[in-house]
Design a protein around this ligand. Structure first.
Ligand code: FE2
Length: 297
């Protein structure tokens, strides 16, 4: 039998490795949506002159107690969410038992399609029932997939904070906190809604589905903290960030602001990886996440 030239043999090996890596990547992409991570996100005040600096949790003095403790989950996309309500609720219970939560907050995108919204709504109902059991308020906003919902009608099972503000006092410090939210207009005719005015002597926290909103704050709009989702951490990470360069039009990912805690012009903001999937049930490099958010103000 005639032997293959060395160059052809090397080429076959390289192609084989590439095909194997592609197959493993695809298999992994279907496994990862089933994973679930409960992250601890510690947020401290931002410098006024920062321009998308990643905030280090090491900046918080050890032994200091948080001024506010929240449980935040977002981007449920319930039809394609492999993290069951049971797993999320178990994480919520554990977080509250470890130290009392001030509020549970949902950041939008209940489902992929309004016609199949039943699963998402019953998921939120289960979360709401646990919040009632623990006497924790459950607040939320809708996302770009939720245009047909009117969260003020109570059918989403959380108290809507879109275009309004709620004032309460932190369990730990007794400090007044203003929690507010904005609606998401969806992508087709994008409108960036104004942030409700907040007094400067309170800790102010904005819940806003799409973190690109921070680029559109007017000179009279300011909050100390913002909680967001929307990017799914890219959902399916690809070489050269193709997932954002080719598949999405969002601005912050082009500045390498995709997930985690950042500072921008006096606002500290957190972008969650979210829980579910858009379009197909795949994730890679974007493990589903719910977070205990502690604010050290
Ligand atoms: Fe989403």
């Amino acid at each position: 039998m005639k032997e293959l030239p060395a160059g052809v043999f090397v080429l076959i090996i390289i192609l084989g490795v590439i095909v194997l890596a592609a197959v493993l990547y695809c298999v992994w992409a279907f496994i990862e949506p089933n994973l679930f991570e409960v992250t601890e996100r510690k947020l401290s005040p931002a410098d006024k002159d920062t321009d998308f600096r990643k905030q280090s949790p090491g900046a918080i003095p050890s032994g200091k107690a948080p001024g506010l403790r929240l449980f935040f989950f977002t981007d449920l996309h319930a039809e394609l969410c492999r993290v069951s309500s049971k797993r999320l609720i178990s994480a919520l219970r554990a977080a509250h038992n470890a130290s009392p939560l001030d509020a549970v907050i949902f950041g939008g995108d209940i489902c992929n399609d309004y016609s199949t919204s039943g699963r998402g709504l019953s998921y939120l109902k289960e979360v709401s029932d646990v919040c009632s059991e623990f006497n924790i308020p459950f607040y939320g906003v809708t996302g770009n997939h939720d245009l047909e919902f009117d969260p003020s009608d109570g059918k989403c099972h959380f108290t809507s904070i879109e275009g309004r503000q709620i004032e309460f006092r932190s369990h730990a410090s007794g400090r007044p906190v203003i929690l507010c939210g904005v609606d998401d207009s969806g992508r087709k005719e994008r409108v960036w809604y104004k942030v409700p005015p907040v007094p400067s002597d309170c800790i102010s926290v904005l819940v806003c589905h799409n973190p690109d909103a921070i680029l559109h704050f007017g000179s009279d709009e300011h909050v100390d903290y913002m909680l967001s989702g929307h990017f799914h951490a890219g959902q399916l990470k690809m070489p050269f960030r193709l997932e954002f360069a080719r598949l999405r039009s969002d601005i912050l990912p082009r500045k390498k602001v995709v997930e985690g805690v950042f500072e921008y012009k006096g606002t500290t903001f957190f972008i969650s990886r979210g829980l579910g999937c858009n379009a197909i049930p795949v994730r890679s490099g974007a493990i589903p996440e719910a977070s205990v958010v502690e604010i050290y103000d």
